[in-house]
Design a protein around this ligand. Structure first.
Ligand SMILES: Nc1ncnc2c1ncn2[C@@H]1O[C@H](COP(=O)(O)OP(=O)(O)O)[C@@H](O)[C@H]1O
Ligand SMILES: [Mg+2]
Length: 350
């Protein structure tokens, strides 16, 4: 018998569009002989819409215009999706065995959806509530990873309310390490709200910009080095892929360089000494373990000129677009995308 999979996509997040692309890849590649797929798109406003059409071109927004309101019930006795109907009519319940949240960033990768699945007692693909929340927040990730001794960029954490005393904040940062700085909202993704500051004016502008996206801001020293990524798959026993490299066609890998600039390239087997790659893979395992990772994650690092490795960030629901590193790394490691999706679903837990 086929398992009923609830595929959630879209979401109230600055990475809504990326999620649509990831969902398209998953829908086109999921093993339909094993799984009955129920598609629920979440609009940017947070509406949940069940899409029953057969053309999976989610980029055209037909899932919004022809979608039927449907929500995941937190009541475990409903066991799934609740299709809402007109006044006076009972909702229809559709059994769901596993939820696959193909959502990136806020309200999807941060533990919120995971909490709902937990309440509903439906196993879901990927990291749990705690791991998702910790890995989503770049500030908390820093603290957890620091305790493991994995090298990372020096940092200062700033709260939005501290910005009222901007001079003090600037002094604290300038005393900690030298320009240029990377300024990031603690909770964001796809480079949204991130800037690089070469002087005090840019630092102040960057802090104010980051504060538009989150009340917690991370300021880091700039790491000059190559950007590499590795993919992790598994629960207790994890597989780690090879090491890929990002060749950004911009000063840094910003949103445009990631998704719009055809000059940005990815390499699935970075040209690095074997020993460096092994160390990166070992660090990826440690970071995944440190945040209590489950299912999947992509772990990103820098490699400096002298060969030293610096952890950058962990993504618990990495991009799954046709040009995304996570599926490409596993494909290169001998797990083609359909098999990868099946493995992820089989790893789903509560
Ligand atoms: N400390 C840093 N030094 C140099 N470059 C950085 C640093 N932090 C981030 N970057 C650049 O900015 C990009 C986006 O930052 P990242 O922390 O990966 O956020 P996101 O979650 O948005 O991907 C990175 O891919 C890298 O190009
Ligand atoms: Mg990144």
């Amino acid at each position: 018998m086929k398992q009923d999979i609830l595929l959630l996509f879209g979401g109230c997040s600055s990475e809504h569009e990326v999620s649509l692309k990831s969902a398209t890849t998953i829908i086109n590649n999921i093993d339909k002989s094993k799984y009955e797929v129920h598609l629920v798109g979440i609009t940017k406003e947070g509406r949940w819409l069940l899409y029953k059409g057969n053309d999976f071109d989610l980029s055209t927004n037909n899932w919004v215009t022809s979608g039927i309101p449907a929500i995941l019930s937190p009541d475990p006795t409903h066991k799934g999706l609740c299709i809402l109907r007109g006044e006076g009519q009972e909702p229809i319940y559709v059994n769901i065995d596993i939820v696959f949240p193909v959502l990136h960033g806020k309200n999807g990768e941060d533990g919120t959806i995971q909490g709902l699945c937990k309440l509903a007692q439906i196993p879901y693909v990927g990291c749990g509530v705690l791991a998702s929340a910790v890995a989503m927040d770049k500030g908390f990730t820093k603290i957890v990873v620091e305790a493991k001794g994995v090298p990372q960029a020096k940092f200062v954490l700033v709260k939005e309310r501290e910005l009222k005393q901007m001079d003090q904040v600037v002094n604290k940062i300038e005393e900690a390490f030298a320009y240029p700085y990377f300024i990031k909202p603690a909770n964001a993704g796809s480079s949204v709200g991130i800037s690089k500051a070469k002087n005090k004016e840019e630092l102040i502008a960057g802090l104010n910009e980051a504060a538009k996206h989150d009340s917690r801001i991370l300021v880091e020293e700039t790491i000059v080095g190559r950007e590499v990524e590795t993919a992790v798959l598994g629960n207790e026993e994890v597989e780690v892929s090879g090491v890929g490299e990002i060749l950004a066609a911009a000063e840094f890998y910003d949103f445009d360089a990631k998704y719009n600039n055809a000059e940005s390239k990815t390499v699935v087997d970075a040209d690095l000494p074997q020993s460096t790659k092994e160390k990166i893979r070992a660090y990826a395992r440690e970071v995944f373990d440190a945040v209590e990772g489950k299912g999947l994650s992509r772990v990103d690092f820098f490699v400096k000129e002298d060969g030293s490795i610096i952890f950058n960030e962990i993504n618990t629901l990495p991009g799954f677009t046709s040009i995304s590193m996570y599926p490409m790394l596993f494909d290169a490691a001998g797990t083609p995308i359909q098999e990868l999706i099946t493995k992820l679903i089989e790893l789903a837990a509560l």
